[in-house]
Design a protein around this ligand. Structure first.
Ligand code: PSU
Ligand code: MN
Length: 301
């Protein structure tokens, strides 16, 4: 097992002692944000987890080995790699990256799988993948993973480049509870609300922990979406965002961009079209979600 997965001493000690640990994904470093924002944001997320009293575990595949708890040097190196030079790994890509001894970045789905292997129950990120607009069969593997792996994903909903009503329908089919943290609607990623109702609105990390604990007692194998709105001062007006998203989506279709390239293309294009405002919102919500993830992990432990 040790040549398959390596858990950093800090993370494994925390897990052994029952102290809170929060998993963080690496795709946002290699595919979600440009250098040096990616490095700064990944380090700021780790700092936010620590400030809230938990241990961060950023996860990637390095030289074909799952590493749970990247070092600062690992994060800096991944962040500086040329865009497109590492594999974006979801469930189906993991065995390929491992067998070939690659360095690879993990999506929410692959981070859930590897966090669960390590015994981590909470993951924080920006937005989960979902059902793509106009392409109802392009469904992120994140949604399937949420249905089968017991990890709570603290996020600001699904990226607003997606079809949010269909994404919620799919989560329902997969049996995934959608919890609103301080909100009764699914957050709209760059905007505080999508206007779509969640399954339950809670105000405290303890309430989230109680639901996760109840699922464990039921023997339920599914995960959770814990939706946290982007902080007030960084959120964007819905109309302006919608315009940029519609334009970027049409461009992606016209250019024939497909598969796992779609999400990175849309994120980058929307940032261009909004003069960087969407990226500022993205960074603010990532750091805030890391903090809330730590609070939930603390309530669970
Ligand atoms: N959230 C962000 N930026 C990102 C992603 C999420 O703020 O880059 C990544 C996550 O890794 C997520 C992936 O799992 O996009 C979804 O990709 P796809 O739609 O191809 O499944
Ligand atoms: Mn897809």
């Amino acid at each position: 097992m040790r040549d398959l997965i390596q858990i950093s001493p800090e993370v494994s000690e925390a897990l052994r002692a029952g102290r809170p640990v929060v998993a963080l994904e690496s795709t946002l470093i290699t595919h979600g944000l440009p250098h040096p924002d990616n490095r700064d944001t990944a380090l700021a997320m780790e700092a936010a987890v620590r400030d809230a009293g938990a241990v961060p575990a950023t996860i990637a595949v390095l030289s074909g080995r799952i590493v749970v708890g990247l070092s600062r040097a690992d994060i800096e190196r991944l962040a500086a790699l040329p865009p497109g030079s590492v594999r974006k790994c979801s469930r189906r890509d993991l065995p390929i990256a491992i067998a070939r001894g690659e360095d690879a970045a993990l999506t929410v789905a692959a981070t859930m799988i590897t966090a669960h292997m390590a015994g981590i129950r909470v993951l924080a990120t920006g937005g989960i993948g979902g059902v793509h607009r106009g392409h109802p069969f392009d469904i992120s593997a994140d949604l399937l993973e949420l249905g089968r792996t017991p990890v709570a994903v603290v996020c600001s909903g699904a990226k607003s480049i997606l079809d949010l009503p269909l994404t919620l329908e799919y989560l329902e089919t997969q049996g995934v509870p959608v919890i609103g943290f301080g909100t009764d609607t699914l957050p709209g990623f760059y905007t505080r609300s999508s206007g779509l109702p969640v399954d339950v609105a809670v105000r405290t990390p303890a309430e989230v922990a109680a639901i996760i604990t109840a699922a464990a007692r039921l023997g339920a194998g599914h995960g959770f979406v814990v939706g946290v709105p982007v902080p007030e001062d960084a959120g964007m007006p819905g109309g302006r965002m919608e315009e940029a998203v519609a334009k970027a989506t049409a461009e992606a279709s016209a250019k024939g961009i497909s598969g796992k390239a779609v999400t990175p293309f849309l994120l980058a294009r929307v940032a261009e079209l909004t003069g960087g405002d969407s990226r500022r919102a993205n960074i603010a919500l990532l750091v805030n979600n890391a903090r809330v993830g730590a609070q939930v992990a603390a309530a669970l432990s």
